[in-house]
Design a protein around this ligand. Structure first.
Ligand code: NAD
Length: 271
């Protein structure tokens, strides 16, 4: 595969799987993460892959660090063909303790207690991070007249999940931005799509899915009950969709879609 793939949040559970897959297919992969140690370890692990994986430290909320990474990537690989906006996630400070408000029930963290800092953090990381990174990397694509952008939205963008208002709203913004950017670049040879993973068991959400002793939490039991396939996803199960949506020969007339990968969660009313 004679392509250069730039991926942010590359050291994460889902994104490192994507990095590995592209490297196995022989692509050059620029793996960007705010956690340089983790992303360097990933590139070291993949050093014998058919494709070259190079680690870059970059913060998706710091445009200068993205521009520095872009300059280094251009020098190394000659430009970006596929951009994957993978950096994202939720935070405990943007998460309520209760699912439904009750004036009679005493909990430490209701909607009214969520600090502005937590809401800003989650909204910025997911939405603004994809926005700024696209600004930095899509300009050269637009000049060349070709390129692919893949955003990572979430199941909670379609219908918000309880407890995580900022993350749900931020991912809804990512889906909306995917459509906006797809239309904006439709005549410029750049396709923009997104995947919407359902429930995968990863570093990001393990504190929500499992108790300290490794049992399913009551919330996870509810998730599994509402996932017709009856299980969490495996990280490798997003790869087919990623490859499909970023390959012109497979999906050349598809732009502006948000593809659920969720074991049927979004299709199920629960009855
Ligand atoms: P993860 O938590 O395992 O990894 C996130 C990575 O992003 C980490 O390596 C972290 O260092 C990096 N990062 C954090 N802030 C950054 C910043 N400012 N700049 C650059 N990098 C930064 O997450 P994941 O499970 O791999 O998720 C990848 C994407 O998929 C995220 O956008 C997430 O919201 C989305 N998603 C995940 C799930 C799931 O079940 N894991 C479900 C739906 C959507």
């Amino acid at each position: 595969m004679n392509k250069t793939v730039v991926i942010t949040g590359a050291a994460g559970v889902l994104c490192s799987t994507i990095v590995e897959d592209f490297a196995l297919r022989g692509a050059n992969v620029a793996a960007l993460d705010i956690n340089y140690k983790a992303v360097s370890a990933l590139s070291e692990k993949l050093k014998d892959s058919p494709g070259k994986v190079k680690a870059y430290e970059a913060n998706v909320l710091d445009k200068k660090s993205l521009i520095d990474a872009q300059n280094a990537i251009t020098a190394e690989f000659g430009g970006c063909d596929i951009l994957i906006n993978g950096a994202g996630g939720n935070k405990p400070t943007a998460t309520t303790e209760d699912e439904f408000f009750s004036i009679n029930e005493k909990v430490d963290k209701t909607f009214f207690d969520l600090p502005e800092e937590g809401i800003d953090f989650v909204f910025n990381l997911n939405f603004k991070g994809a926005f700024l990174t696209s600004q930095v990397f899509a300009e050269a694509m637009a000049k060349r007249g070709c390129g692919q952008i893949l955003n990572i939205s979430s199941m909670n963008a379609f219908t918000p999940l309880t407890k995580i208002p900022a993350y749900s709203a931020a991912k809804a913004a990512v889906s909306n931005f995917t459509q906006w950017l797809a239309v904006y670049f439709a005549k410029s040879g750049i396709r923009v799509n997104a995947i919407a993973p359902g429930f995968f068991s990863t570093q990001q959400n393990k504190w929500l899915l499992y108790t300290q002793s490794g049992e399913l939490t009551p919330r996870s039991e509810k998730i599994i009950r509402n996932t017709p396939m009856g299980r969490f996803g495996e990280a490798s199960e997003i790869l087919g969709a990623v490859y499909f949506l970023t390959d012109d020969s497979l999906s050349g007339f598809i732009t502006g879609v948000v593809l659920p990968i969720d074991g049927g969660f979004n299709a199920y009313s629960g009855v």
